[in-house]
Design a protein around this ligand. Structure first.
Ligand code: UT7
Length: 333
């Protein structure tokens, strides 16, 4: 019989820039206040890249370097790097190419994937498929975003939400019953106008006009996205639990995309989970788009035990959303 290979997470790395942007800093920039931001979003501060010479590839490279150091894996063994990002360094030249160079991954090929806040989950499944098919044994998947490059710091609807950061995981081949088990993903362009960076792509290339109309920044219809996020994350988690014969007690951890504490709490409650089962770090980093889930896993990795059942779930621009079920494996190092 043909052998079955699984893709387990065996190492992690994370990085956020040093510069902290607090709610009180934002009070001086737009008409907002600390109490409003905390009560409506749960965010107290976020990190931003405060250096024009740095970009998403630098965040991603730092996360990858930490992963390599922690795991003691030889960088030459890494065969592929997938970078999930909505804020690539360039329109052409993938961020993954730059990460391979900066992190010294000489034997790896790299590619970017963009599904905004769902980008990491989708990339994780792509990376796992490469490993499960036995084509590759060691694949790094990164979620990284320098959101400060597309945030309009005059728009109070969005500037309070986003931060910069990166998280990386190593997917390694194993014959044990751990790693990625299943996913439920959906994508529907019908939601595109509710969360979008309108200009800078092939439909509306950047021009003096797009800049003057501020179309190169994120714009969001928060209320519509809020409602759709709760529905989409809850439904995809319920579907994955049902088809894997799981009830709430079988879930050890929920690692949700960190966009709004109220969304996270609502999803946890609807799934019947206790607060202690749900990992949250939005207070310190805000919404780092593709980075939220790997950053959260990296920060809380010492809480996870082998064979723990984890649900990861995200919702983002597109709309794009879904849930992934994984069994925690043994970490290297
Ligand atoms: O990661 C991708 C997915 N993204 C998300 O999941 C984000 C989803 N949406 C949200 O998190 C929330 O909708 C927001 C945090 C963006 C907004 O919270 P909300 O409770 O939906 O507020 P709202 O947009 O309904 O606005 C309520 C009020 C409005 O004033 P009026 O019309 O009631 O007088 C806004 O003008 O709050 C006002 N407001 C603010 N006030 C102080 C909006 N932004 C601010 C602000 N500070 N920053």
């Amino acid at each position: 019989m043909r052998k079955r290979y699984n893709a387990a997470i065996t190492a992690l790395g994370g990085y956020v820039p040093d510069t902290i942007l607090t709610n009180h800093d934002l009070e001086k920039m737009v008409d907002t206040n600390n109490d409003w931001i905390i009560s409506r979003t749960g965010i107290e501060e976020r990190r931003i890249l405060n250096d024009d010479s740095l970009a998403t590839s630098d965040l991603a490279t730092m996360a990858v370097k930490r992963l390599l150091e922690d795991s003691n894996i030889n960088p030459d063994e890494i065969e592929c790097v997938i970078v999930a990002t909505a804020t690539p360094d360039y329109i052409m030249v993938s961020t993954a190419s730059i990460v391979c160079e900066k992190a010294g991954l000489k034997n790896a090929w790299g590619v970017d994937s963009n599904a905004a806040c769902s980008g990491f989950l989708y990339a994780l499944t792509l990376g796992a498929s490469l490993v499960e098919s036995n084509r590759y044994k060691n694949v790094i998947v990164v979620g990284a975003d320098a959101n400060s490059s597309i945030v309009n710091y005059e728009d109070r609807n969005t500037c309070i939400l986003f931060g910069d950061g990166a998280g990386a995981v190593l997917l390694e081949q194993t014959e044990e019953e751990v790693g990625l088990i299943d996913n439920v993903f959906r994508t529907d362009g019908v939601g595109k106008e509710h969360l979008i960076v309108t200009a800078g792509g092939s439909l509306h290339p950047s021009s003096a006009e797009t800049l003057s109309q501020k179309l190169n920044y994120i714009s969001q219809n928060g209320r519509v996205v809020f409602k759709a996020a709760i529905e989409g994350m809850t439904q995809s988690c319920n579907e994955i639990m049902e088809r894997n014969d799981m009830v709430a007690q079988d879930v050890d951890w929920l690692i949700p995309h960190q966009a709004n504490l109220r969304i996270i709490k609502a999803v946890g409650e609807k799934l019947g989970l206790k607060e202690s089962q749900v990992k949250v770090n939005i207070q310190r980093y805000g919404n780092t788009t593709a980075a939220t889930i790997p950053l959260c896993m990296w920060e809380f990795k010492n809480d996870f035990k082998e064979n723990d059942n984890m649900l990861l779930t995200a919702f983002g621009a597109g709309f794009s959303w879904g849930a992934t079920y994984l069994k925690w494996g043994k970490l290297r190092g």
